[in-house]
Design a protein around this ligand. Structure first.
Ligand code: NAG
Ligand code: NAG
Ligand code: NAG
Ligand code: NAG
Ligand code: NAG
Ligand code: NAG
Length: 733
């Protein structure tokens, strides 16, 4: 933690104590009736829950009442719709909405942590005295705090300096990000830009090896981690004053503290000014490049005057409900406002021209925007907010949100390369893959919340392993459903030769009778053999859910059901499954169901054998996009996950990618999504559905079986021969 941040914390704690003591003794609430209350929208997050739980009840007799949302954009929408009266917004959100007349709100007051500072922070470029003019910077050494978004420091700030002094590069053979690093690497002799460059660690490593000079000024150039002495706010200053660099990009307040604490001779350094000149390092007259506004209170125009009046009256109150309300608003000092001259977000932001201009970005031509296909109005709206949030947090490339009528139409659009990406559900993956789409990243959840497909039988049935099921009766959730495909690939591998090349024929021969739900939805190529749905009840052609399939097992119609344990566990009693832990209360109850595995060893394990597990969804792209494009989209999604996912930075998120949107769950991303990932470090035992789909497609050789075999034969022979030749050589040595 840096010195100045520590002092902020101390300040907060001591004010807390004072407030606590004062509140404990002065307890003279006035009674306020509930219907005249202003509603204050607050964002519930891991950082704010405690505060909300303890302070909101204390507003019972105040003119303010809490309303809880999951992100700041949510609060903003509610203020704009007139659902709630007041909320606190960060400057990022103000920028995101300034162009929407639709979201008309007024800024009533500023919330300051330091009463006398107009800005939350100001950023300066400090140079060693050998730099006389801005053009001297070229070929010099740069000290940079790092590229990652931490708290109130976003890409807008970390890249501002370089964007102004270095010409933008748009080489089509590099990702946008690599273009930047390439430009930096050429411009400066060396630099220390430690810490993560990219959310993708492999790409991060590649770039750091390619543009080594951007880590050369670090203490440990080879690692260039965020543990480096010259990483971060204080690190960049030390890099400069230890003589590792000639120019440092730092916060003014940090610099003031650093130069004073380290007793560094300010004669040796200068401010580098945006107009190209340099000025003496006099902290009273700094050259500011960009500054960040404070958070503000906003309200609807019709209420704004009254709210501003109330806030003004709260200004110097450090006890009673006023202090609680201020605590809930995150900072302590409310600036007083002239209630007659309340500003729109745009007017307010004009006081920070450089902050505003930093948010205007010129893309490369041709456009690199990532076109995202959405299938409903609500998905499109949520995507629009993601786009706005991405712009103000500097996520690149930009996304554009395109709507189609159906999921099918989105798949076609990806095929035709009219859009880049689309989120597919597990059940759609095989079909999408067969049409030339490929996953770029998966929507993941905790192990227990992933889809876990298993073969369930009644506990007392005679079956011990999956092979025993030959001649039995089965229920599937659908033709080529996840369970079906998992079963097919497993059995094909197990029974090496006499397994029919048509999957429908194979299942039809293996099981005596079955119910394959929703069999009518099968594409028109051929009829399913009749015994595949002979057990189905009326209406089953329209069903495809796991619980429906499970009911065939529970009622004794079939012997085995291929279903998702995640769904079934939730709909059965605890302890119904052999593998479930049963607490002592239920000791007398026998489990009702077992899960079959391929071997007996699996059958006695307490962990159910999974025929397949799948993520909650997968973002698909055209299989033939270039590696570069894939890299660029993948990294962009990872970055969105980092900033708008569960591990967001700061007190409360601007926008939650996986949160409810307009009170609807599962908009774009399936409900329960926790993070995005391509190759997991999953601890879940069992087969990954990606692999199953790969296998399935390889084995899908029915009509052209003979020709496929013949073309593969020479290759196989060739490999054998190669192995023999190599072995011979080795033995001869
Ligand atoms: C980009 O790559 C292509 C093919 O690899 C090459 O022909 C082209 O010259 C490259 N362009 C630049 C600007 O490097
Ligand atoms: C609050 O205190 C500041 C400085 O202490 C003073 O300038 C201001 O007038 C006070 N405001 C109110 C509403 O009392
Ligand atoms: C991708 O490229 C391969 C090889 O050129 C081609 O066979 C395939 O059809 C392409 N996929 C799509 C979806 O166009
Ligand atoms: C196929 O079966 C063999 C042994 O029967 C096993 O070693 C192998 O891992 C299986 N392959 C797959 C892809 O499951
Ligand atoms: C199957 O084909 C018929 C006529 O060719 C068509 O009317 C029907 O909609 C098709 N069904 C599906 C599920 O594609
Ligand atoms: C479990 O069941 C409850 C109530 O029936 C439901 O609200 C919840 O969404 C279910 N969870 C899953 C993962 O299906």
């Amino acid at each position: 933690m840096t010195t100045s941040r520590r002092s902020i914390m101390d300040l907060r704690i001591s004010r807390w104590l004072i407030l606590f003591i004062v509140t404990a003794f002065v307890n003279s609430y006035e009674y306020i009736s509930a219907d005249s209350k202003w509603t204050l929208c607050l964002v519930d997050s891991v950082h704010t829950t405690q505060r909300i739980l303890s302070l909101c009840p204390k507003l019972a007799k105040s003119p303010i009442e809490c309303v809880i949302e999951t992100d700041r954009f949510g609060c903003l929408r509610r203020v704009a719709n007139g659902d709630v009266d007041i909320t606190v917004l960060e400057p990022e959100e103000l920028v995101a909405i300034r162009n929407y007349k639709l979201y008309s709100v007024l800024v009533t007051n500023e919330l300051r942590l330091f009463q006398d500072d107009d800005h939350r922070f100001e950023v300066v470029a400090i140079a060693y005295k050998n730099v006389r003019r801005i053009w001297d910077v070229k070929g010099k050494r740069l000290c940079h705090p790092g590229l990652d978004t931490i708290d109130d420091w976003t890409k807008i700030f970390s890249t501002y300096f370089e964007n102004l002094i270095i010409k933008k590069e748009c080489d089509a053979n590099m990702t946008l990000f690599e273009n930047r690093m390439h430009a930096l690497s050429n411009y400066f002799e060396t630099a220390c830009i430690a810490g993560p460059w990219s959310a993708d660690t492999v790409f991060d490593h590649q770039l750091k090896s390619k543009y080594r000079n951007l880590c050369t000024s670090c203490e440990k150039p080879a690692s260039c981690y965020n543990t480096d002495k010259y990483y971060g706010r204080e690190g960049a200053l030390m890099c400069l004053t230890d003589g590792m660099g000639d120019v440092a990009w730092v916060r003014l307040r940090d610099a003031r503290v650093h130069f004073k604490a380290q007793m560094i001779d300010t004669q040796d350094y200068k401010f580098l000014c945006p107009d190209g000149t340099t000025e003496p390092l006099n902290f009273k007259e700094p050259c500011i490049w960009i500054s960040k506004p404070w958070p503000v209170i906003v309200a609807r125009p019709s209420n704004a005057e009254n709210i501003a009046r109330m806030m003004n009256s709260m200004m110097n109150r450090t006890y009673n409900w006023e202090s609680n309300a201020l605590q809930l608003m995150e900072n302590y000092y409310i600036t007083s406002t002239d209630v007659k001259e309340l500003q729109t977000p745009d007017d307010y932001l004009r006081r920070y021209p450089n902050f505003l201009s930093a948010n205007v970005r010129t893309g490369c031509q041709p456009s690199r925007d990532v076109r995202w296909c959405l299938v409903s109005n609500i998905e499109k709206r949520k995507c629009g907010w993601l786009r706005d949030a991405s712009i103000v947090y500097g996520v690149e490339p930009l996304i554009s949100c395109l709507q189609e009528d159906s999921r099918e139409a989105c798949v076609k659009s990806v095929q035709n390369e009219n859009v880049d990406i689309f989120l597919a559900r597990p059940e759609e993956i095989l079909k999408d893959r067969m049409r030339g789409l490929k996953p770029i990243i998966h929507a993941m959840a905790n192990n227990q919340e992933l889809n876990r497909i298993a073969a369930i039988v009644r506990r007392n049935s005679k079956f011990r392993v999956i092979k025993d099921l030959k001649g039995a009766k089965a229920a599937f959730t659908g033709y080529r459903s996840v369970g079906w495909n998992a079963f097919i690939t497993l059995m094909r591998n197990e029974s090496d030769e006499n397994w029919d090349c048509s999957d429908a024929q194979a299942v039809s021969k293996f099981f005596k009778d079955s119910c394959v739900l929703g069999w009518n939805n099968k594409d028109n190529d051929s009829e399913l053999p009749a015994n595949l749905y002979s057990l189905c009840k009326e209406g089953a052609e329209h069903e495809s859910d796991d619980f429906s399939a499970f009911k065939y097992l529970a009622s004794g119609v079939v012997d085995v059901a291929f279903v998702n344990l995640k769904v079934i566990e939730n709909k059965t009693e605890p302890g119904d499954f052999y593998y479930e832990k049963i607490d002592t209360k239920n000791i007398n109850r026998l489990p009702k169901y077992r899960v079959l595995g391929p071997t007996l060893a699996e059958a006695i394990k307490r962990i159910p054998y999974l025929l397949a597990w799948t993520p909650l969804g997968s973002i698909m792209a055209h299989e033939n996009i270039t590696d570069l494009r894939r890299q660029e989209i993948y990294t962009m999604l990872l970055e969105m996950d980092k900033i708008f996912g569960r591990k967001f930075n700061g007190q409360a998120p601007t926008f939650l990618l996986y949160g409810p949107y307009e009170e609807n769950h599962g908009v774009i991303f399936p409900d329960g999504t926790r993070y995005l990932e391509l190759h997991g470090h999953q601890t879940l035992k069992g087969r990954n559905y990606d692999q199953i789909v790969e296998e399935f497609m390889k084995q899908e050789v029915c009509s052209s079986a003979a020709s496929a075999w013949i073309t593969q034969l020479p290759e196989t022979l060739f490999v054998y021969m190669l192995v023999i030749v190599v072995l011979n050589q080795l033995l001869n040595c």
